[in-house]
Structure formats: structure tokens, C-alpha cells
Design a protein around this ligand. Structure first.
Ligand code: PLP
Ligand code: COI
Length: 359
């Protein structure tokens, strides 16, 4: 039952079924958008108000809007799936709502009631259900919030806009599930203790782009950040968490703190432990990574996140050289965990945790 009322403004000219089919045939990642968006405003005086489902269109914001100057902005990334029975499923969406509010708190922004966040997601998904593909693709939902107040002083803004847009997506990496290559950033770090590493704020990504550009220049798909204090420990990738699989099938992943607490990461830890693997949330250094890969002690490494799901890491490059992981192919544990996770997400495996929500 819906608790909030969303004013509905239908799209004046939605894409025709034919135009939509062409766009959805080969969507790539984050380029094909659905017809509508949800917006909800917040002001200090009125709190949350003016919830709307309306045509997706450019915002009109003041040139002095705080977000354009001080980057007070947060976002989430989650997916809706077309399930075998035709219903629309989503994976642990309340975790995205919870993390969104943790990011909001860190960025001195207003929190949004969890049920309002969920209703906004549902309103968009139901309005634009035709954009949710069947088969392997999914509908990537991007809830975000930004400071819209026109004010040049530096302080938390008094006006915000919350918005949800949706995008039909295929695989995040071009090669699908072929392994990816990563670049170790030695000059740039992503997050320091006390900073915003655990929040999903746009500023973290802005600061990471130079390192991503460096990774691309070196022929790699993603960047790996080391910790900001000792420049020694693996933190995470530009847009994904990371796991290492040893020859005894022990799995290691960096502990929470300055990294984004990934929902995929948390799910993998639980799934792997239930499947009998030992999982350690413990610091792992770049030197260990290199040594263990070269000695054969490390058999697999993989990146994980909502967008990328689970992508094996085949090659690691750093300013002084390069090394391969295992046979540079998709590892046994990596593909085992991927099939367990995607099985739950796609409804082909039992969801013992009650992680799936019908939207
Ligand atoms: N780390 C970063 C920096 C990310 O951008 C993401 C993607 O959201 C993740 C990790 C993985 O998080 P999740 O599994 O919740 O998508
Ligand atoms: C996600 O996985 O949802 C992200 O936000 C990361 C980005 C690489 C798209």
C-alpha cells in the first residue's frame, strides 16, 4: 500500500515500442535511459514534498546551486530484474536505502524515509516497466540527491532534490565475463581515514577519475586504490570491491573502513561462508598480492559490485611491471560464487536469505 502520493505527469512522447526495442537490443552500460524520472524536493521549512513521476528531462537549476560548487551530492546503484514469472525483482533494495541515508548523514544532507525511497523506486519501475529487459540484461536504477539551494556560502544547503532515473543495461565491461585487467594507482589515493570513502558521494568518483584515466592509458579496465596512509594495502577499485582466492580456497577481502561497504561484497561473504569457504576480512597488501600471484599461492582475484556483478581479474599492471593471476581466465571459485549470486538474483536458485523483493 502506498503511503506517499506521487503526482503523475505522463510523458508527452514516450519512445515507440520499435525505438525502444532498437535501444534495448544492445544497451551497453548507462547509455539507454527510460522515459520517466521520479523527483522529490526537500526544504528546511517543508521537509520532503512535491513527489512526482514525470518525463525524464533536464533539470533547471540555479547557477549558484550548491552542488555545482561544493559537490554536495550522493547516489546509489541498484538493479531491477525481469523474473521468469514476469514479475519485477530487486536484490536487497532496503540495503541501498540504508546506505543512501548513511551517505546522506556523512554529507550533512537530509535522510529520506526508507519507505519513501522504496516507493520512489517502485513508481519509476512500474511506470517504465517496458524498459526492463528479459534475459541477461537488467534495469539499473540510479537514485541520487543533490543540493539545489542557490547560495555561495559554504555550509550544508537548505534545499535538495532527490531523483531516480533508470537505464536498461547489459554487461558493465565490454567483454562480458572475460577477465579484466587492473592498474595499481601509486600516485593517487581514493579515501583517507575520516574522509568520505565509505559514502557514495559524487566527489569520491570525481577525485578518482584521473587514476581511472591513467588505468585506461595503460591499457587497463579499472583502477585499484591503495590505502592513503601507508600506500600499501589494497582498498578497492574505482567502482567495485575486490576479493582474493588462495590455493586452499581461503577468500580474502579488505576490511570496511575507508572503502564503500558494497552490498554485493556483503552478499558474497555470506554466500561463500555458507558454501563452506573460509572468508577473511583482513588487510592484504600489494606486495603480498604480487608475491602470492607469482608463487601460485593466489589462484584468483575478482571485482564485484552491482554494475559489474562479479568480474574475474586476469592481469595486474603497476608502474614497475605486470603480473598475471592464475591462468588469467575465469577462476573456479569466482564462477562458483557468481553462479550462486546470480542464481538468487535471477530466481533460479533458492533465496534462503529473503534478499529478493518484488517491486
Ligand atoms: N566500491 C565502489 C567504489 C563502488 O562504486 C561500488 C558500486 O556501487 C562498489 C564498491 C560495490 O557496491 P555494491 O556492491 O553495493 O554495488
Ligand atoms: C554500481 O556498481 O552500481 C556503481 O555505482 C559503480 C559504477 C561503476 C557504475
Amino acid at each position: 500500500m502506498s503511503k506517499y502520493s506521487f503526482t503523475r505527469i505522463a510523458h508527452p512522447s514516450p519512445k515507440t515500442a520499435e525505438e525502444r526495442a532498437t535501444l534495448m537490443a544492445n544497451p551497453g552500460f548507462g547509455k539507454v535511459f527510460s522515459d520517466h524520472m521520479v523527483t522529490i524536493k526537500w526544504t528546511t521549512e517543508k521537509g520532503w514534498h512535491d513527489a512526482e513521476v514525470r518525463p525524464r528531462e533536464p533539470f533547471q537549476i540555479d547557477p549558484a546551486a550548491s552542488v555545482l560548487h561544493y559537490a554536495q551530492e550522493i547516489f546509489e546503484g541498484m538493479k531491477a530484474y525481469r523474473m521468469a514469472d514476469g514479475s519485477i525483482g530487486s536484490f536487497r533494495p532496503e540495503e541501498n536505502a540504508r546506505r543512501f541515508n548513511e551517505s546522506a548523514a556523512r554529507m550533512a544532507m537530509p535522510e529520506i524515509p526508507q519507505d519513501m525511497f522504496m516507493e520512489a523506486i517502485e513508481a519509476l519501475v512500474h511506470t517504465d516497466a517496458d524498459w526492463i529487459p528479459e534475459g541477461d540484461g537488467s534495469f539499473y536504477l540510479r537514485p541520487f540527491m543533490f543540493a539545489s539551494e542557490a547560495f555561495l556560502g559554504v555550509r550544508p544547503a537548505n534545499e535538495y532534490i532527490f531523483c531516480v532515473i533508470g537505464s536498461t543495461v547489459g554487461a558493465y565491461f565490454k567483454g562480458g565475463y572475460k577477465t579484466v585487467s587492473v592498474w595499481i594507482s601509486q600516485d593517487y589515493t581514493r579515501a583517507a581515514p575520516g574522509g568520505t570513502g565509505a559514502a557514495k558521494c559524487g566527489g569520491n568518483y570525481a577525485a578518482s577519475l584521473i587514476a581511472t584515466a591513467e588505468a585506461f592509458k595503460n591499457g587497463c579496465d579499472q583502477v585499484v586504490f591503495l590505502d592513503a596512509v601507508e600506500r600499501k594495502w589494497i582498498d578497492e577499485l574505482g567502482g567495485m570491491n575486490v576479493f582474493f582466492v588462495m590455493d586452499d580456497k581461503t577468500i580474502i577481502t579488505p576490511p570496511l573502513g575507508t572503502i564503500l561497504p558494497g552490498i554485493t561484497r556483503d552478499s558474497i561473504i555470506q554466500i561463500a561462508r555458507e558454501a563452506g569457504y573460509t572468508v577473511k576480512e583482513t588487510p592484504y597488501s600489494f606486495d603480498e598480492w604480487k608475491e602470492d600471484a607469482e608463487s601460485g599461492k593466489l589462484r584468483e582475484a575478482f571485482a564485484c559490485g552491482t554494475a559489474a556483478v562479479i568480474a574475474g581479474i586476469g592481469t595486474v599492471k603497476y608502474p614497475g611491471g605486470t603480473f598475471a593471476i592464475g591462468n588469467s581466465g575465469d577462476g573456479e571459485v569466482t564462477s562458483d560464487l557468481r553462479s550462486r549470486l546470480t542464481g538468487i538474483q535471477r530466481g533460479t536458485q533458492k533465496d534462503n536469505h529473503g534478499w529478493m523483493r518484488t517491486l
